[in-house]
Every structure is written in structure tokens, then in C-alpha cells.
Design a protein around this ligand. Structure first.
Ligand SMILES: Nc1ncnc2c1ncn2[C@@H]1O[C@H](COP(=O)(O)OP(=O)(O)OP(=O)(O)O)[C@@H](O)[C@H]1O
Length: 454
């Protein structure tokens, strides 16, 4: 039996030899050869491993990976007591018990399915993307090598159908906004709880019914879109003066269809490449919303012009608002994404643009295929007023309605202005009288403006 001092000296010699070998390897061999040796070593070791690993990355062929989304939706449903850590959070103070559960990085989750024991974990790594560090996530599924075929044939389809069912019963809608500091997909989400619904929206009932029919036909006609070779998407342009309900209509559509909203501020997108990345990360059953499209395209195009001028005239003092690697987006870039190949996805999406002034838009944006339907949100009509009176005062008739109807024919007020009058704290009769006062004042102002103009 060797003495302790012999064992210690043998251990010291072995450690020294390993250190020497590592030093020789790292000093004498170029990194490519070192990496190759380590790769071959780990491949030969994995040969003896009884396990197989499936890797599910966030993106697939330059678009968002649906398998990743399915896994992300499915895993929180199988969290058992064996899990050692969990991310929890809530975006709703009023319902703190409604917690969102997410898997934390490196934690392991065991699932059992048809006699197989499957181990899931979430990995995070930093990679370089356009000179910037980006965080990329992937799920890893470890199973026995002998069960690999069964996992593909029955377990992965099981995850896909479970996720589909969960997503179709979405309890909470989300609104996503773009945050350039967010290293992942760039989208940051919050729970969307806007109270606007079609039955609270003040607009002429026939036009409201037309919009609802159009939306429902769109949702029903997946097969039709496929048959005629079009992507399953529909573009709306909502236009009209400020305060006529464009944002409220978007919220009503999201609530009715149970679609998430992706609110895109074009000004903050750094380049066409980034726009493509953002748009390909959008999941199905969603609304891509670009508000005030005239202003946001202009801001982004101005930015491209500033950069071009700087390059052309070799200006010494660059515009410090943007870095030279942030060229902004181009109109052709945007058009490409609204109806080009990059917009072809299998699942349904709405693209909604809003503007206060349709005449300022480039006609290229308005052509059919990009915008399928234009919806004018105008000043308050009597029918729209009746809807507001019903929502705000719970009355559907009154002897003062006739006076209001006549005044609304003469003056242009927005539903937002009428709604503000109806929010006053008073009896319905008093509120209607003060609305009449407000409309008369507006009428008087209009008359004196016209007389001054003569
Ligand atoms: N048609 C409408 N029906 C019901 N409420 C309305 C309507 N229009 C405006 N409102 C009320 O006025 C407020 C402002 O409306 P909203 O933001 O939807 O208008 P907008 O047209 O999107 O305005 P902007 O162009 O300034 O964004 C809303 O909170 C809503 O309460």
C-alpha cells in the first residue's frame, strides 16, 4: 500500500504534467487546431453517452422559431415540485395572485411522457450581431438516444398542440413595444388591458358592422388565402382627425379577435436589417400597428437623408443624434415588409397604419395588397353621439337629443370632445345641457371665424 506522501507526490507530478500539457497546447497550437482537438474529443466522448440532445433556438431560417414559442408556452404547464428555481412576475397590481411563470436560465425541468423521462433546460449565450452583443436563448431537451424517434414522432407534436390550445384561450393580451436596449428579439411586452370594445365605440352602426364582418371574414378564410396564393394578412389604414377613435378602434379589434398588438415606432428602428429582424419576430394572431405613419416615415427618411448628405459633402460634424451605423429605414424597406416576401407567413396578421392626414402618404403605400381597406374616422355624428350617451349616461333618448342632432350637423367636434363633456359629474339632463352649451359656443366661434375670413 503506497504511503500518503507517495500519493501526494504522484498527484503533484500528474497536475504539473497536465499544466505543462495545457501550456504547450495553448502556446504552441493555433486556436483553430485547439478547438478542433476539443471538438473531436467531446464528439468521441458523446459517442459513449446514452443521451441525445435536441436544441431549440429562438430563430429559425431568419424568422421567429415556432417550436421555441411552443416550448415556451408548454413548459410552465408542467412545472412540478422537483423544479429548483422559477421566474415569477405580474404586470397587474390589482391581481397579484395572477402570476406569470417563466423558466429561469440553467434550471432543469423533468417531464414524463408515454413512459419517457425528458429533461428540459434553458440556455443563454452572447453572440455578436451587427457589431453588437446580443443575448440568444435556446431550450435544450435531453432524452435517451433510443427514444429519439419517439420524441420526434409523438412528444414534439404533443407540445405543439398543447401550446396551440393554450394560445387560442389566451387570457391576457399583450402589447409589445420595441426597445433597442432589449438584446433579445427587441420587443418588450406588457399586459394589454384596454377597455375599448366595438359596443363602446362611437361610430355609425352600419360602418361598425362592415368592419366586424370584414374582420370575421378575414379570420375564417385561411383556406381561401392559401388557395389564391396570398399570405394570410390584411392591411388597414385608419385615417381622420386626432381624437376620432383610431387608437380606440385598434384596441377594439385586438379585444374582439384576441390578438396581441406590436406597436412599432419606425423612428426608433436603426436600419432595414433591424426592421426585418423585428418583423420576423412577430408571432401569429397579432396586429402590427404603425401609428402616425406619415410622421414616422418622414422622421426615418429625414434621418437617411441627413446621413446621405453627410457622406456626400464629407461633413466634419456628423449629426450626433444617430450613429453612422444607424442609417434608419427606407421607404422601399418598409414596403417590402408590408407585402414583399418577408411578409409571407402561414398564420394570420393584421397590419394597421394610422394617420391624421392621408394626403401626406406616399401613394405606393396605399396600393391594394398593402392597404386592403381604408377606414375614415370622422367627426361625431348623431349616431355616434347616441352610442356615447348610451355608454356614458346609460340613456338612449331624451327631449334634448333633437337639439344636439341639429347642432352636430353644423359643427365639427370629435367623439373625444363629446366624451369629455359627457364625463362631467352631474345628472344626465345637466350634462346634456352643458354639451349643448359647448356645441353652441363652438358654432359661435365657427361663425365669427368665417366672418373674419370674408
Ligand atoms: N369613436 C370613439 N368612440 C368612443 N370613444 C372615443 C371615440 N373617439 C375618441 N374617443 C375617446 O377619446 C379618447 C381619444 O381617442 P383615440 O385616442 O382613440 O383617438 P385617435 O383618433 O387615436 O387620436 P390621435 O390621432 O390623437 O391618436 C379615447 O380615450 C376615447 O375615450
Amino acid at each position: 500500500m503506497p504511503s500518503i506522501s507517495t500519493i501526494l507526490s504522484a498527484y503533484a507530478s500528474l497536475s504539473a504534467a497536465i499544466m505543462l500539457f495545457r501550456t504547450i497546447l495553448s502556446q504552441m497550437l493555433p486556436s483553430e487546431i485547439r478547438n478542433y482537438i476539443f471538438l473531436k474529443l467531446s464528439q468521441s466522448l458523446s459517442h459513449f453517452s446514452p443521451n441525445f440532445t435536441f436544441i431549440v433556438e429562438e430563430r429559425w431560417e431568419a424568422v421567429s422559431n415556432h417550436t421555441y414559442r411552443a416550448v415556451e408556452t408548454y413548459l410552465p404547464t408542467i412545472i412540478a415540485t422537483s423544479i429548483d428555481s422559477l421566474l415569477i412576475g405580474s404586470a397587474n397590481l390589482l391581481k397579484p395572485h395572477n402570476l406569470d411563470l417563466r423558466i429561469s436560465v440553467d434550471c432543469k425541468i423533468i417531464d414524463e411522457f408515454q413512459g419517457m423521462k425528458l429533461e428540459w433546460s434553458l440556455f443563454r449565450e452572447t453572440i455578436k450581431f451587427y457589431h453588437r452583443d446580443e443575448l440568444r436563448y435556446s431550450y435544450r431537451l435531453k432524452c435517451k438516444k433510443t427514444e429519439r424517434a419517439k420524441v420526434m414522432a409523438s412528444y414534439l407534436p404533443h407540445i405543439a398542440t398543447t401550446a396551440q390550445t393554450i394560445l387560442s384561450m389566451r387570457e391576457n393580451l399583450h402589447i409589445y413595444t420595441y426597445n433597442k436596449r432589449n438584446c433579445g428579439s427587441g420587443w418588450e411586452s406588457a399586459i394589454f388591458k384596454h377597455p375599448a370594445r366595438f359596443d363602446t365605440l362611437a361610430m355609425d352602426p352600419e360602418r361598425k358592422a362592415e368592419i366586424i364582418n370584414d374582420l370575421e371574414a378575414f379570420v375564417r378564410r385561411k383556406e381561401f388565402f392559401w388557395k389564391v396564393g396570398r399570405s394570410w394578412k390584411r392591411g388597414y389604414l385608419l385615417h381622420g382627425p386626432p381624437g376620432t377613435g383610431k387608437s380606440s378602434l385598434v384596441a377594439a379589434i385586438a379585444n374582439r379577435l384576441r390578438y396581441n398588438i406590436y406597436d412599432l415606432q419606425l423612428q426608433s428602428v436603426r436600419s432595414d436589417a433591424e426592421l426585418r429582424r423585428l418583423l420576423t419576430s412577430i408571432t401569429g394572431r397579432s396586429i402590427l400597428l404603425v401609428e402616425d405613419i406619415d410622421c414616422s416615415i418622414k422622421a426615418s427618411l429625414d434621418r437617411t437623408k441627413v446621413r446621405d448628405e453627410q457622406e456626400e459633402y464629407g461633413e466634419d460634424e456628423p449629426d450626433h443624434r444617430f450613429s453612422s451605423s444607424d442609417p434608419g429605414i427606407t421607404l422601399s424597406g418598409l414596403l417590402n415588409f408590408t407585402d414583399g416576401l418577408w411578409s409571407s407567413f402561414e398564420d394570420e396578421r393584421l397590419i394597421i397604419f394610422t394617420t391624421n392626414d392621408k394626403d401626406k402618404l406616399d401613394p405606393a403605400l396605399l396600393r391594394p395588397g398593402r392597404i386592403d381597406r381604408e377606414i375614415y374616422m370622422g367627426y361625431c355624428t348623431f349616431a355616434a353621439f347616441k352610442q356615447l350617451a348610451d355608454s356614458y349616461l346609460q340613456i338612449d333618448n331624451d327631449h334634448l337629443f333633437a337639439t344636439i342632432e341639429n347642432l352636430l350637423k353644423e359643427v365639427s367636434v370629435t367623439p373625444a370632445e363629446v366624451a369629455q363633456q359627457l364625463m362631467k359629474i352631474d345628472e344626465p339632463e345637466g350634462i346634456l345641457e352643458s354639451l349643448i352649451e359647448f356645441l353652441k359656443l363652438r358654432k359661435g366661434k365657427l361663425r365669427s371665424e368665417n366672418e373674419e375670413g370674408k
